[in-house]
Design a protein around this ligand. Structure first.
Ligand SMILES: Nc1ncnc2c1ncn2[C@@H]1O[C@H](COP(=O)(O)OP(=O)(O)OP(=O)(O)O)[C@@H](O)[C@H]1O
Length: 232
């Protein structure tokens, strides 16, 4: 269970919502709407006392307790040690003891064998995002927030990520994305932000109705064969 109660700062305005146990969420909104800021508030990277996780105020949790409950995956991997390789990065992703079998299983799941000994800093943008995904599977927090995970992935990888999001590999997920077809097909609850204000929080079927799409995206989108396409 995740709750945020009347959070405001210079970007977000009076944000409140409640997510039930195991309920997944998509966060949508235009560039600069405040999506990443909200994700950082929910994971306490922007420290606050307005978020409750599993009935505990986030400000009362120590780092380990918080890491077990919520994990924010940023849009870009930043590694300061230029020599650290993919395998070593994954070793650092465990909250407790390292489990080499789990690392090998995750490498095989995401087909990362070819890059497992490469330096993280030498990876392409899409490979870095796959590494972040692998680290989140290993970390296995109660709630994982993905901030634009698929932005640099090729379409085959996006499809694999979609399937993974529909599997049991991760627990509760919060996904920030500009890929509206991914959002549409995941059928998670939707939160829409506009200039720091929460303008919609509700079910996928309601958000992706003709009326709501017209309200937020004007006449830019249509549903064709169960896919949301941009009318260019
Ligand atoms: N540390 C900061 N200091 C000042 N302004 C900030 C800071 N971080 C973000 N902002 C501003 O707050 C607004 C919201 O930023 P945020 O990154 O949350 O948007 P977003 O919805 O995730 O955008 P995008 O889709 O472009 O990634 C933007 O106008 C941004 O410039």
């Amino acid at each position: 269970m995740l709750e945020i109660n009347s959070f405001s700062n210079h970007i977000l305005k009076d944000i409140s919502f409640f997510l039930k146990e195991n309920e997944n969420l998509i966060i949508l909104g235009a560039n600069g709407a405040g999506k990443s800021t909200l994700a950082k508030v929910l994971s306490n990277l922007i420290s606050n006392d307005k978020v409750t996780l599993q009935n505990k105020n986030i400000s009362s949790l120590d780092d380990e307790q918080r890491a077990k409950l919520i994990n924010y995956i940023p849009p870009k991997l930043e590694v300061f040690d230029e020599y650290i390789c993919v395998y070593e990065f994954l070793e650092l992703s465990f909250i407790g003891k390292i489990n080499k079998e789990k690392i090998d299983e995750t490498i095989s799941l995401l087909k990362l064998e070819k890059i497992k000994n490469r330096a993280c800093n030498d990876l392409s943008s899409g490979e870095k995002q796959l590494l972040l995904l692998a680290s989140s599977i290993i970390h296995n927090a109660k709630i994982t927030i993905f901030d634009e995970l698929t932005a640099n992935m090729d379409i085959t990888r996006v499809k694999e990520v979609f399937e993974l999001f529909n599997s049991q590999y991760l627990q509760q997920k919060i996904i920030i994305t500009h890929n509206l077809d991914l959002a549409f097909n995941l059928k998670y609850k939707v939160l829409y932000l506009d200039e720091g204000e929460l303008k919609f929080f509700g079910d996928s079927s309601e958000f992706f109705s003709k009326e709501v799409l017209e309200k937020f995206y004007h006449n830019c989108l249509e549903v064709v064969n169960n896919h949301l396409v941009v009318k260019l």
